[in-house]
Design a protein around this ligand. Structure first.
Ligand SMILES: C[S@@+](CC[C@H](N)C(=O)[O-])C[C@H]1O[C@@H](n2cnc3c(N)ncnc32)[C@H](O)[C@@H]1O
Length: 395
């Protein structure tokens, strides 16, 4: 089998079966024009494009419908280039960029990214946020979120960010502003010693020993719904420094959230990844048999749709009135997208689907529910992605 590019890859029978069962047209994956690779340029590096092109040994084509994005040949490896190593470019598919763009991030926003790892969208959110506001990144998988932390440090983007290993279906912490507004900096002397100091990767011996013990099994790297969120990183302007644990770990209750919830929430939910042919292609190496078990299994898909609805519901619970939430998946099945949206709207009368204004210039199709969007390799020359945007109405 030819694995050189998704466009000429023969799809395995099990995957074609899955597509047929989900009424998805296999031809969207096998376009004659291969889907390019995309990078986002770090703001401020626009004048260095020619130098970056020399370093990656390839021409970067500006994506005219998405600011800051460039496409390049899918065969080019960027990881060894100086531009990549210096954090001037990072790989992120243009459809993923569109999902973040749909959030309409503005300076000062407090943003929640409920399924943050490995972190390409989180990086873009931080890029767009600039110098004020905050980003709270959550992921259930400790090892994946640790990789996300490495990426933030590499790109020097973590200043306004805090990362928690937590289950996104039950995560309940408010954005930091609630406390920083009222924080006078005066603590009883016994609390003063327990305030968070500037974050350092050099952790006390006791912490390292505990972490090493936890790393013994991958299962123990997954947060459970009942476990306290574990703060594994915070930037120096993320609002954490100088606060006590009890201030950071305050659970939000219904009435707090309406007023003091997050301005923007991204729920980029776990899914079967069937929209990403690059992901499916990896099974050529992992073994097509595992594709059936790890991606296509019907029982697993049913579990996923329950998880997706729970993540969307909890993300929405943490959104303030008038805020925006984007739900996205890199699956193209109706079950994981429109069906989840429909169930969610049926259960949440204060949720309203929003038109994504910028989308009028995007090369995508409407989903089966008006105002929702679908990107696919054939229509968009991107990876497959479903995007829906909601706001919370006052009730
Ligand atoms: C599609 S990936 C997110 C990609 C990420 N937004 C990015 O741009 O790099 C889905 C993520 O959801 C995480 N996840 C799965 N179940 C979760 C849960 N219950 N709570 C929080 N995160 C979860 C997975 O560990 C995975 O990292």
């Amino acid at each position: 089998m030819d694995v050189e590019s998704p466009s000429n890859m023969a799809l395995p029978d099990a995957f074609i079966d899955f597509l047929n069962k989900n009424q998805l047209d296999p031809s969207i994956y096998t376009t004659s024009d291969p889907t390019p690779r995309y990078v986002r340029l770090k703001p401020g590096c626009e004048g260095e494009i020619e130098e970056i092109e020399t370093q990656v040994e390839c021409k970067l084509e500006k994506v005219d419908w998405l600011p800051g994005f460039y496409s390049l040949s899918p065969h080019v490896q960027i990881a060894n280039s100086k531009a990549y190593q210096q954090g001037k470019i990072y790989g992120i598919d243009a459809a993923s960029g569109a999902a973040v763009s749909a959030l309409d991030i503005s300076l000062g926003d407090h943003v929640l990214d409920l399924c943050a790892a490995p972190g390409a969208k989180l990086c873009m959110i931080l890029d767009l946020l600039g110098s004020s506001g905050s980003v709270t990144g959550i992921d259930v998988a400790r090892h994946r979120l640790a990789a996300c932390r490495t990426m933030l440090l590499k790109y020097s983007l973590g200043d306004l960010c805090r990362l928690f290993v937590a289950d996104g279906t039950t995560f309940s912490l408010l954005p930091i502003r609630v406390f920083s507004d009222s924080n006078s900096g005066e603590y009883p002397s016994d609390e003063k010693v327990n305030v968070y100091k500037e974050w350092t990767s050099r952790r006390p011996w006791k912490d390292r020993k505990r972490a090493a013990k936890e790393r013994v099994s991958v299962a123990s790297q997954l947060a459970s719904p009942t476990q306290d969120p574990e703060l594994i990183y915070y930037g120096k302007n993320s609002g954490v420094v100088g606060l006590t644990r009890s201030e950071i770990y305050q659970i939000c209750h219904g009435s707090d959230v309406l007023r003091c919830g997050y301005d923007k929430v991204l729920v980029d939910a776990e899914c079967t990844h069937d929209g990403s042919i690059k992901h499916i292609q990896k099974f050529e190496y992992w073994g097509w048999k595992t594709l059936q078990r790890r991606v296509l299994n019907a029982e697993r898909t049913d579990d996923l749709t329950v998880l997706q609805l729970q993540l969307l519901t909890n993300g929405f619970r943490l959104l303030k009135v008038g805020g925006s939430l984007v739900y996205s998946t890199c699956s193209l099945t109706v079950a994981q997208n429109e069906d989840v949206v429909e169930q969610f709207l049926g259960q949440n009368t204060s949720a309203e689907l929003l038109q994504i204004d910028a989308a009028k210039n995007w090369p995508c199709r409407s989903g089966q529910i008006p105002k929702t969007l679908r990107f696919d390799p054939m229509t968009s020359r991107t990876s497959g992605l479903f995007v829906a945007k909601f706001t919370k109405l006052a009730t």
